[in-house]
Design a binder for this molecule. Structure first.
Ligand code: GLA
Length: 464
């Protein structure tokens, strides 16, 4: 077990606190901490939310994504404890204080409880670092990422909670290692999520998007388009990761696994080994376009949803066999759509490759075209849009967006829009008039629902 001073880590990630408003927020949080806990905190950690520019629902399928970190974040002021208790307070009164004991099997709070995101990180680190090397912490949490918006507030809370424990215990866990570990920590809250949110929250660089590849995790920065703004608009439909959207999300994860079983059957002996994810197709056949594999599926499965028994028959196994090989959770549903989901995933991965090229070439029209195509694919083949998102996309296109698409898990949440800088004012005026004005009450502020984001730095730790 390596133990070094946390100061090394703080030096490496000071960019996280470069924005003046983030420094001010950190100092204000530290003052509030003194009132709550009666002593000064030792660190403030910060983990940003993210907006995904392209590559939706590709991460858990082992295919790339193209997100950027935003200037909204979870901050935690942290003090070390000598025992194994974790105390949580939150600056937002709707999140009541919580307290639990560290262990490598921490019993969860009720579903949807905010404390579960801290527990998810704590249990993961207790297993990784060894419980004997982990002491508890007193935390004061402050978040300004809109929740249920698809901007990754929950993953940012998991990342910040992990950083808080690592910093207070003076451990060194490389950010890359944390980005590999923490997606599985989120299984704790029952989401089978991929690794995009944690990777970008930890590893983003200011001024850039981040291309992330998975299994193994690899990242590289990608420049954004000079002269264009990224505007994120909330559809006003909340899509909580802990709520109904979770079932729709988890079902799509299972559909990806089932698709691997069908492809193994369809490709037969031309496949050198079983597929862990659809992304293995790119690993095993690096010179073949991914969409080449669609006809193999088309020959075996129809477009319509299939019962598990039908799928078992197609694959040549039993329903029990599929439960075991695809780790199918109860409540995830009994009908699965395979062909359309795979068409989305494979075409989306190709779009990420083309989008990275377009960004590097500074080709805004091409990038916008790919964003639009991604949205159509998310809507029609992945079926994660909703009427409000559609109305918002239409308003955005009419307001001059070069590209507009839903972002994040879908089922509500936000859209991301590419808008030329000199068209931003007109864009906002039109979207406000045609989308928000008829839907918001007089007491609601439109500025709480649409944001101009610049790409910001990933997570960091500030020693006080
Ligand atoms: C959620 C998950 C991510 C990713 C997106 C969809 O945000 O947490 O891992 O799967 O949905 O692209």
């Amino acid at each position: 077990m390596m133990r070094t001073r946390a100061a090394e880590m703080t030096d490496a990630h000071t960019a996280a606190f470069q924005l003046p408003q983030e420094q001010e927020r950190a100092q204000a949080l530290a003052s509030q901490y003194r009132i709550v806990y009666g002593r000064a905190p030792r660190f403030v950690v910060r983990a940003p939310g993210r907006v995904n520019l392209l590559g939706e629902h590709t991460d858990y399928n082992g295919l790339p994504v193209l997100p950027m970190a935003i200037d909204r974040s979870i901050m935690i002021a942290v003090g070390a404890r000598a025992d194994r208790t974790v105390q949580l307070s939150n600056t937002a009164p709707q999140f009541a204080p919580r307290s639990y004991e560290l262990s490598d099997t921490i019993p969860p709070y009720a579903e949807g409880d905010w404390g579960n995101y801290s527990k998810a990180a704590a249990q993961c680190l207790a297993r990784h670092c060894g419980l004997e090397f982990l002491h508890g912490v007193d935390c004061l949490v402050d978040g300004n990422i809109p929740s249920g918006a698809g901007l990754s507030s929950s993953s940012a809370l998991v990342v910040a909670s992990a950083l808080a424990l690592v910093a207070a215990n003076e451990h060194t866990v490389p950010y890359e290692t944390m980005a590999e570990l923490l997606p599985s920590a989120e299984r704790y809250v029952g989401t089978l999520s991929g690794g995009m949110d944690q990777a970008v929250s930890l590893l983003a660089q200011a001024g850039h998007a981040l291309r992330v590849d998975f299994f193994p995790l690899r990242v590289r920065t990608v420049p954004l388009l000079p002269g264009y703004g990224i505007i994120v608009c909330h559809s006003l439909v909340r899509a909580e990761k802990s709520g109904a959207a979770k079932r729709g999300y988890n079902r799509r994860v299972i559909e990806g696994r089932l698709a691997c079983r069908v492809l193994e059957r369809a490709l037969g002996s031309s496949l050198p080994r079983p597929l862990r994810t659809l992304g293995d197709l790119a690993v095993l056949f690096p010179h073949r376009p991914l969409l080449d594999f669609l006809p193999y599926l088309e020959a075996h499965v129809p477009e319509r949803p299939l019962a598990l028994s039908e799928l078992a028959q197609i694959i040549g196994t039993s329903v029990e066999g599929l439960h075991a090989s695809c780790d199918i959770q109860p409540n995830v549903g009994d009908h699965f759509t395979i062909l359309r989901r795979v068409r989305h995933v494979l075409s989306e991965a190709e779009r990420v490759n083309r989008a990275e090229e377009a960004l590097r070439a500074g080709n805004a029209d091409r990038f916008g075209y790919l964003m639009d195509a991604s949205h159509v694919s998310c809507r029609d083949d992945y079926e994660i849009s909703c009427p409000e998102l559609e109305a918002l996309i239409q308003a955005a296109k009419e307001a001059g967006a070069v590209g507009a698409r839903l972002t994040g898990a879908g089922f509500g949440g936000c859209t991301v829009n590419l808008v030329p800088n000199d068209g931003v004012r007109a864009f906002l005026t039109r979207v406000d008039r045609y989308f928000y004005a008829p839907r918001l009450t007089h007491s609601e502020r439109v500025t709480d629902y649409r944001f101009c984001f610049r790409p910001e730095a990933g997570a960091g730790v500030m020693r006080l």
